[in-house]
Design a protein around this ligand. Sequence first.
Ligand code: M6R
Length: 592
Amino acid sequence: MCGIVGYTGKSEAIAVLLGGLERLEYRGYDSAGIAIIENGKVVVEKKVGKIRELVRKLWGMPLKGTTGIGHTRWATHGEPSEENAHPHTDEKGEFAVVHNGIIENYIELRKELESKGISLKSDTDTEVIAHLVALNYKGDLLEAVLKTVKKLKGAFAFAVITKHEPGRIVGVKEGSPLVIGIGEGENFLASDIPAILPYTRKVIPLSDGEVVDVTPEGINIYDFEGNPLTKDFMLVQWDIVSAEKGGFKHFMLKEIFEQPRSISDTISGFISQESEIFINLKDYRRIIIIACGTSYHAGLVGKIWIEKYAGVPVEVAYASEFRSGHYPIDENDLVIAISQSGETADTKFAIQGVKEKGASVLSIVNVLGSSIARESDFTLYTHAGPEIGVAATKTFTAQLVALYMLAVYGLEEKEELYERLINIRPKVESILEKAKEIEDIALKYVESKNFLYLGRYLSYPIALEGALKLKEISYIHAEGYPAGEMKHGPIALIDSKMPVVFVAPKDKVYDKILANVEEVLARKGIVISVGTEGDKVLKEKSRDFIGVPEIEEDLTPILTTIPLQLIAYYIANKLGLDVDQPRNLAKTVTVE
Ligand code: M6R
């Protein structure tokens, strides 16, 4: 979940590192640090808090050096503090390490180091790497790292520099992401592409079990045995402007407003990839969708579409739970893994498990070349572009688009169904034009301490998603529930202070959900509804009503989710919260 960046070349490393860390801050943001080789010494500077705190600390303290590594942290082992912030060094301060992921056997390694008289300064699992590399160093950093890696267990990526070999960075990937950026007379290394995108579009995503030796003159990749590997670079299609705020106050708001484009791009991306899909859903006995968080909610909608159009039974499982279960699974099953980042540890490990049992894996991923994409038999890319806000918005609607197209692509009438989807763009735009109206509604509920989100059928996952959006960025308790289940318990929560958000477009369960609205009104609950434009009945029953354009029932989730994203955003913004980087969260969850 942490962010890593490294630079070696002719320019001052500090600017590249700090800029890279700012672009990586969404990965973790409780402390940050850099290490630069300056006049034959490893100079380390760290600060608790966001990157801007580190920048302030370094103000007027120009570090001179053309090789360095940087890190922004999301704490796993050890509280956020300067001691625990990266980079970590060996006792003499000759080697510095930045690391993302977890070293599972670090306690054992700490004891081993302590028994050799080495005293460790932090509570982290990372520090052991710095000491081990120093102990293993016999004049060649690559060799020392290769020797060290054999002792480490877990899922990790790290980068090391040493004063003994200025100009050299050695990076390792085993379970956490690491990409190499290829420049001219300079080279880069980072946990994510945006960190290095202002400098190069030529990237090589490393695979697990690979080590890279980076110097200004070139890069060399090896396996853990030290055998050289040949890998081609990929050209990144999006530019850094797409990863910047573009006049919006927050990335989240910008990303919500990008949905007309991201939906269209995902539709055309699917069509251009369609001929390569060798998987026919109908060939499988069962489909299991595995995902986490928002991607799981997309999976719940996908289940309904796939069962309807492909006629194959679908189960949807949280990746973390799936891994602990005992699913009988074999080559007759297809697993669909959904992950925006393509790096979520729970999802990644779940698909590794199912592949061992012979099931095929199709993934729906937004990040090109990510681990889940590489480990799948087939990957459908959503074309949402980089999503920086921690709350998933445009990637969710892009996942819905990909799932819908996947569900219908085997049908004779697919062109007609695609056409309906293509026509959704102006409808999405018209919802965004109502942003001010939605903001005014949202602001009425800023003081509320609890929210209930209810929906049925295709709108139930959207209710779950609306509640997740609100709680993760506003810290207000919100619960999503199937509206029909309300009477089995949650109805007890309803009183005159409880806002209940109904997702109730005109669909086959509309009459039933109207009855649930009545049940809430009878208990003096506050009804806020997202329904079909022109629905006077629902509007009259609601304290506040947000209409979305009329559309085929199947496509309603893509529209009804947008007002819920905006409600969450406007409430969190009014509360003065850090919308893009909510507390305790990280964009890419690479820990289990
Ligand atoms: O990258 P993934 O789609 O695998 O991420 C899954 C969840 O971590 C993610 O959706 C998370 O719930 C978001 N913060 C939701 O907004």
